[in-house]
Design a protein around this ligand. Structure first.
Ligand SMILES: C[S@@+](CC[C@H](N)C(=O)[O-])C[C@H]1O[C@@H](n2cnc3c(N)ncnc32)[C@H](O)[C@@H]1O
Length: 410
């Protein structure tokens, strides 16, 4: 087999990134955009030992699970991966992916994986978009720094698409980014110009509540507030330009409800909320906790967390700013429940050992990467039993999946 060879294959299944997998000439062939049972004509674009990447040239037999992607940029843009698959099948794909990863890498049986929590509306859900600017405004192509110019994004809140129209009328000098963040429950929208000189930003004043210019690590408020407000059920949160906040607000409530269910608080428990961001989870659980301590290394997020504590009139929650793997050595009390919500890389070795040493009754692990989750669950399995894992679809139309896991002390 050589580059540019063309031949016909039948797709067996999807890989974890949603690419079709076929086998031919004793090689595994990855075909972007192809679905299981489809027969497609492909062209070889990359060969690595036993692995081949190929481009789909022609559909010979399509799948009944295929839908027409409604986004005009879908074929080129790197933002979404599964828009050609019906939403029901996307959920099935994510549930199967979690099951397979857990069985293979953590020895966890299928019955522990509960029904995936789907979204009522799989489009227009994102509360944040990072647009790339290099003469044009758009999103990166898959695995490339080439920009696909876009006028609108179908997974972003509709309001952001209106702002995009105004951005196109401005003069933007330099190579940078524009971040748009908005609130579902307050009329708040923030635009952050990153490493760009902007002529005409004033026209946004009628559309947004906050305009920020970021140069390196410094944020300068050009207009309005330094934060946006968001509500999750009974709680109000402020979010500053640099703080993490879950991107799918509607699904976040379902995610945190699952965390609350797994934490099973009665009012007597001390809760440690590791990687707490703006304090969202700890605050969400606070009504049923005796005391909460949140830890987070982003100082902007910790400033937000303390403001959130005041906004919600809570006095039994505190926050510490620093690296969890260091702060975890000096916990002031033994927690009954520990919540962990680390970045994609998962937990580091020291934090894993310390969790076992602290030995809380329950650990609730929120993860956005099933691979690192499986690795960490395997490590914790010496002291903890995995009771159940619930996948939650926070990132509709993409291959990403969030999981909430309940671990109980053995
Ligand atoms: C996935 S976010 C979760 C935030 C929060 N739990 C939420 O639901 O909004 C992960 C957070 O961990 C923080 N973080 C990353 N590495 C860290 C570390 N080593 N120590 C403390 N915080 C860290 C990030 O700044 C980010 O706010």
């Amino acid at each position: 087999m050589k580059i540019n060879d063309e031949f016909v294959v039948e797709i067996e299944k999807l890989d974890h990134q949603g690419r079709g997998i076929a086998r031919a000439f004793e090689k595994t062939i990855f075909v972007e955009g192809a679905l299981p049972d489809e027969v497609v004509k492909i062209k070889v674009v990359k060969i690595k030992k036993k692995i081949v990447e190929a481009k789909m040239l022609e559909m010979i037999k399509g799948s009944s699970k295929r839908v027409v992607a409604p986004c005009p940029y879908y074929d080129r843009c790197g933002g979404c991966d599964l828009m050609h698959l019906s939403y029901e099948e996307q959920l099935q794909f994510k549930a199967n992916k979690v099951k397979e990863i857990m069985r293979r890498y953590a020895g966890i049986e299928e019955d522990k994986i509960k029904t995936i929590v789907g979204s009522d509306v799989p489009f227009y859900y994102r509360n944040k978009i990072t647009l790339q600017v290099q003469k044009q405004i758009g999103l990166y192509q898959k695995k490339s720094y080439q920009i696909v110019p876009i006028d609108a994004c179908m997974i972003c809140d509709a309001m952001m698409n209106e702002i995009m129209q105004s951005l196109k009328k401005m003069t933007l000098i330099g190579n940078g980014q524009i971040i748009i963040r908005n609130s579902r429950h307050f009329p708040d929208t923030m635009v952050v110009f990153v490493d760009l000189e902007v002529d005409g930003w004033e026209m946004l004043k009628t559309q947004v509540t906050s305009i920020v210019k970021r140069q390196g690590k410094q944020n300068h408020i050009l207009y309005g507030n330094d934060v946006i407000y968001e509500r999750l059920k009974d709680y109000i949160y402020v979010i500053s330009p640099d703080s993490f906040f879950q991107v799918n607000t509607a699904q976040t409530i379902k995610l945190y409800d699952k965390v609350e269910e797994y934490a099973a608080l009665t009012g007597d428990e001390k809760v440690l909320d590791l990687y707490c961001g703006t304090g969202t989870i700890g605050i969400y659980l606070s009504q049923r906790a005796k005391e909460v301590l949140g830890m987070e290394m982003n100082e902007h997020a910790i400033l937000n967390a303390n403001r959130n504590k005041e906004l919600n009139h809570l006095d039994h929650i505190t926050f510490q700013c620093g690296d969890v793997s260091k702060l975890i050595d000096q916990i002031p009390w033994k927690p009954d429940v520990v919540i962990v919500d680390p970045p994609r890389a998962g937990l580091d070795a020291h934090t894993l050992q310390m969790l076992k040493h602290i030995n809380p009754k329950r650990i609730v692990y929120v993860s956005c990467d099933p691979m690192t989750l499986a690795r960490d669950l395997k490590e914790l399995s010496s002291d903890y039993e995995v009771m159940e894992i619930t996948p939650v679809d926070m990132f509709c139309e993409t291959y990403h999946v969030e999981c909430v896991t309940l671990l109980v002390q053995k």
